[in-house]
Design a protein around this ligand. Structure first.
Ligand SMILES: Nc1ncnc2c1ncn2[C@@H]1O[C@H](COP(=O)(O)OP(=O)(O)O)[C@@H](O)[C@H]1O
Ligand SMILES: [Mg+2]
Length: 503
């Protein structure tokens, strides 16, 4: 529960929206609970043999409070829903900001799927606390506070009797709600397994065919699909029992007051109008009591989700700019790179030992160095240290004599053009993929020429303005690499690093 406290700063900017919304909860309930009172007067006027005029007044008043209550209720939903949506949006922005600043070491520890789940499902669960849960808790409380005295005024004994089955409502809701939630989560998990399995196998359909795996594949899919069916049936069973149970509990209250209340009417201690009003009051409590149970579950889920989100917020980026960065000495064109007694092991895999051990070398400005070694020997690791994807455990990497850790991150990234081993292109035009923030001042043609991307142009329908597919899927492997090289060159970097990017 204490995790939810971190939601407060996000509510604060919208406190007026929330306060007015909650005030409208009170107002709408005030009008709603006036209704039965007028009903009671109307009916009693009839049974006392009073004039029809009084019935007309009661009808007019009923209409009036129904309209006023409805308007207030509309305003309450509107305000509280929009408030919670704004809180959700702010929280999502903050989280995305935070994720943008995290280093590679963070993404070694958290899988993309996990991070995505926290920014979607968990965020949604938190919104449900700021929206519906808050609204229903206040709504039920206010309604109960307004209705209870009116019910007790009619008959304290009857009130007690009617409340017993009513208390069962939130309890049933909490326990059945939990089972239903668990089962629907299992269904969702199964569905995503089913779809990702289908996705993988359909994209690898050529491999499946050439290795004659169709039958095995169909059988595997069928098994996953069957599990999906059983889980759905399991949920349908609980859901099937859910509404009848709630109706039964609500109905029991009705039975109790018909019997016990009927006796009181016969004895003359309760008027028919009061008896009817009592029934209406009771009916007015049924839904809020159910909603209370629902809200209880929402708050619990929301607190757990907030905890998972807070865990991300508590992570600090491992790689940051120093508080007072050193500027690189002025230079035109190239810069020198030096490794001084560098030792390194991956923070997430220390037990696998050192990847780099006592590395020292110097590349003078304007010269180049090629590093050759078997797969897994640490070539990519070494060049990753030049862009501070990680920091060395011991020793230092320097550019023009300045330790990288003393440079501001933007300065460092401006100084080094880096083509990673695995190219990543965005589903954007080729032009924007290459420039990526650099000005479009004719450099595009120049860098495309150097990286020999120009050769690929005739095959592209719109030249540089061809839209690439997701991750640049409509380019060949070699074309993607050349585009990535052109991208690094477009930044005019004094230091240029290529990681296995020349196939
Ligand atoms: N993110 C990582 N976390 C843990 N170990 C890693 C990571 N990346 C690479 N390694 C390990 O570090 C070693 C060097 O990898 P790498 O530098 O990619 O080799 P190369 O580029 O020379 O083929 C390998 O044993 C590899 O398994
Ligand atoms: Mg490599």
């Amino acid at each position: 529960m204490h995790e939810l406290r971190s939601l407060l700063p996000y509510l604060k900017p919208y406190r007026r929206v929330f306060l007015v919304g909650l005030a409208l909860v009170v107002i709408s309930n005030f009008f709603a609970t006036l209704g039965p009172r007028f009903l009671q007067h109307g009916i009693d006027a009839l049974s006392d043999g009073g004039g029809f005029h009084e019935v007309r007044v009661a009808v007019a008043l009923l209409l009036l409070v129904a309209i006023a209550g409805g308007v207030a209720r509309y305003g309450m939903r509107e305000l509280l829903n929009s408030g919670s949506r704004r809180v959700e949006t702010d929280l999502r922005d903050q989280l995305y900001d935070h994720l943008q600043r995290m280093s590679a070491e963070f993404y070694d520890r958290y899988s993309t799927g996990d991070v995505m789940a926290r920014t979607t499902n968990d965020l949604l669960a938190v919104r449900m606390v700021a929206g519906p849960a808050l609204m229903y808790v206040v709504d039920t409380t206010i309604r109960a506070l307004l209705i209870a005295p009116a019910m007790v005024a009619i008959s304290a004994q009857l009130t007690l009797l009617a409340l017993v089955p009513l208390i069962g409502l939130p309890i049933a809701m909490v326990s059945l709600g939990r089972v239903m939630h668990r089962r629907s989560q299992e269904i969702q998990a199964q569905f995503s397994e089913l779809t990702s399995h289908a996705h993988e196998n359909l994209s690898g359909v050529r491999v499946v065919r050439s290795y004659r795996q169709e039958r095995a594949e169909i059988a595997h899919f069928r098994a996953l699909n069957d599990t999906y069916l059983y889980r759905n049936l399991g949920l349908a069973r609980v859901q099937g029992a859910f509404f009848p149970l709630l109706t039964l509990l609500g109905g029991l209250s009705g039975v109790v007051i018909l019997y016990a209340g009927g006796k009181l009417v016969m004895a003359g201690s309760v008027s028919i109008g009061q008896f009817v009003a009592f029934g209406v009051y009771l009916a007015m409590l049924v839904w809020p009591m159910i909603a209370l149970g629902w809200a209880f579950n929402l708050v619990q889920r929301g607190a757990a989700s907030m905890g998972r989100i807070n865990q991300l917020f508590r992570e600090d980026p491992a790689i940051t700019s120093p508080p007072s960065p050193t500027a690189l000495p002025p230079a035109t064109g190239a810069r020198a790179v030096e490794f001084r007694d560098v030792w390194f092991s991956y923070p997430g895999a220390r037990e696998r030992g050192r990847v780099l051990q006592d590395i020292s070398f110097r590349v003078e400005r304007g010269s180049s160095l090629a590093i050759v070694g078997p797969t897994g020997s640490g070539k990519s690791t070494l060049v990753d240290l030049i862009v501070r994807t990680y920091d060395p455990d011991r020793g230092a990497v320097l550019i023009d004599g300045v330790d990288l850790r003393q440079l501001s991150l933007p300065d460092l990234r401006r100084a080094v053009g880096f083509v990673p081993q695995e190219t990543f292109l965005f589903g954007e035009t080729l032009r924007r993929n290459i420039l990526l923030g650099a000005p479009d001042d004719g450099r595009l043609e120049r860098v495309a020429d150097i990286s020999q991307l120009t050769e690929a142009l005739p095959a592209l329908p719109d030249g540089y303005d061809t839209m690439l597919g997701e991750r640049g899927i409509n380019l060949s492997g070699g074309q993607k690499q050349r585009a990535a090289i052109a991208r690094a060159l477009a930044q005019d970097p004094p230091v240029f690093v290529l990681d296995d990017a020349l196939s």
